[in-house]
Ligand binder design. Structure first.
Ligand SMILES: *Cc1c(COP(=O)(O)O)cnc(C)c1O
Length: 402
């Protein structure tokens, strides 16, 4: 198979055999309207000017590319640079996509936004752009996640969003996404569904990728300024896959740049307690696209486990499936233990508290750096900041000490 370098999807929304649009008939008109609006707007320079203006003046882009000197010395090998998405307004990369999609919603004449959220980061970013654009906002969140992430629920409500608790299933991201889709079916006229990661039915995986690509476009310019050459490796964590694709997509044609996507290894890949959809999943359909899914032997979807709520989605974006199949990106895993360790190491070494999701990427970067030469370069995506995870880490460490 030839190496896939990011030129998908095909006209039907397939990345190889992955992706597509497996949705109920009633949603097809809404998805076609979205596709049309997107096809139209993506070719308008004024649309991108508006997107970039908000990213600059409101989100605070470009995010810095920081040479982590102490972390480099600690790992003892390649130079480690950090792409600081944690410094964005609202504290993660999610806002890049929300800014783009709310502009799309506005141009489509929609007045109401719905979204799903797991850890609450996408919900907060969505509620934020809804406040900015004066749109009505409803966020679906699983009951279990609401309990785990009360602070983000409070933030969303303060921002004016209605948070709807979802008690179906295990009350996590998958169930919240089902409810959001159900809402969309009933209100497609005035409602825009603002999907938070590179999964879901076509054209969402492409739309989200295009709005997150700013991460990699900036990183490429910045590393050329710092080092006058491209990096040897890129590392990012993967939940649905949007921050990883955002960083990596602009580098896909640069075949000397090696890439590592880090899935949530949970308690270890030998048990069921993980969320490594690509490493351990099987092909199936969830939320409108063909992808790798965590399934039991009967084909029932199993809930993922990860210490980080943002990584425990049982599927992954379809473009990642093709990138894995074609060998362009390596898919690895970091366990809960390794992530918590990396969380502490980066905090102590550089004074940067990363999100637990991003800590998975840091954990792999530390292993990788040791195997490389001092003149080689790694860029790690710090997808978000870790304030939201302090109590989780504290409880984990207290448990581990017993
Ligand atoms: C949501 C989230 C992720 C996982 O989502 P992707 O779509 O895989 O990027 C990773 N890091 C942070 C900080 C998040 O909030």
């Amino acid at each position: 198979m030839t190496t896939y370098i990011g030129d998908g999807p095909d006209v039907s929304g397939f990345f190889g055999s992955f992706g597509g649009c497996y949705m109920p008939e009633v949603l097809m008109p809404a998805l076609q309207a979205l596709q049309q609006a997107w096809d139209n707007l993506r070719h308008q320079p004024e649309f991108w000017d508006e997107y970039k203006r908000i990213l600059t003046d409101y989100v605070g882009r470009p995010s810095p590319l920081f040479f982590a000197k102490n972390l480099t010395a600690y790992a003892g090998g390649a130079k480690i640079y950090l792409k600081r998405e944690d410094l964005n307004h609202t504290g993660a990369h999610k806002i890049n996509n929300c800014v783009g999609q709310i502009l799309l919603a506005k141009h489509m004449g929609k007045t109401r936004i719905i979204a799903e959220t797991g850890a609450g980061q996408h919900g907060v970013a969505t509620a934020t752009v809804c406040a900015l654009f004066k749109m009505q906002c409803t966020i679906y969140m699983g009951e279990t996640d609401i309990r785990r992430q009360q602070m983000n629920v409070d933030r969303m409500q303060l921002l004016g969003a209605e948070v709807k608790s979802v008690s179906e299933g295990r009350g996590t991201l998958k169930d919240a996404m089902n409810e959001a889709l159900r809402d969309w079916i009933n209100h497609a006229d005035d409602t825009y569904y603002l999907l938070g990661t590179g999964a879901g039915p076509h054209p969402y995986p492409t739309i989200v990728r295009e709005f997150q690509k700013i991460i990699g476009i900036e990183a490429k310019t910045q590393i050329l300024q710092h080092e006058n050459r491209l990096p040897d490796a890129l590392v990012a964590c993967v939940g649905g896959g949007s921050n990883a694709l955002g960083l990596m997509h602009p580098f896909l044609p640069d075949l000397d740049v090696h890439m590592y996507c880090v899935e949530a290894g949970g308690k270890g890949l030998q048990h069921d307690q993980h969320a490594a959809s690509i490493s351990k999943g099987k092909v199936g359909v969830l939320h409108g696209n063909m992808t790798y899914l965590l399934q039991d032997p009967d084909g029932q979807i199993i809930e993922g486990h990860s210490i980080s709520a943002g990584l425990d989605y049982p599927g992954v974006g379809p473009e990642h499936c093709l990138l894995a199949e074609s060998g362009r990106i390596n898919y690895v895993a970091a366990t809960d233990d390794e992530a918590v360790q990396a969380f502490q190491i980066l905090t102590r070494q550089e004074g940067i508290i990363p999100a637990l999701e991003s800590s998975h990427a840091v954990a792999h970067a530390l292993k990788l750096a040791k195997t490389m030469q001092p003149e080689q370069i790694i860029i790690v995506n710090i997808s978000g900041r870790g304030d939201k995870d302090l109590s989780t880490v504290k409880a984990y460490l207290a448990g581990a000490a017993q």
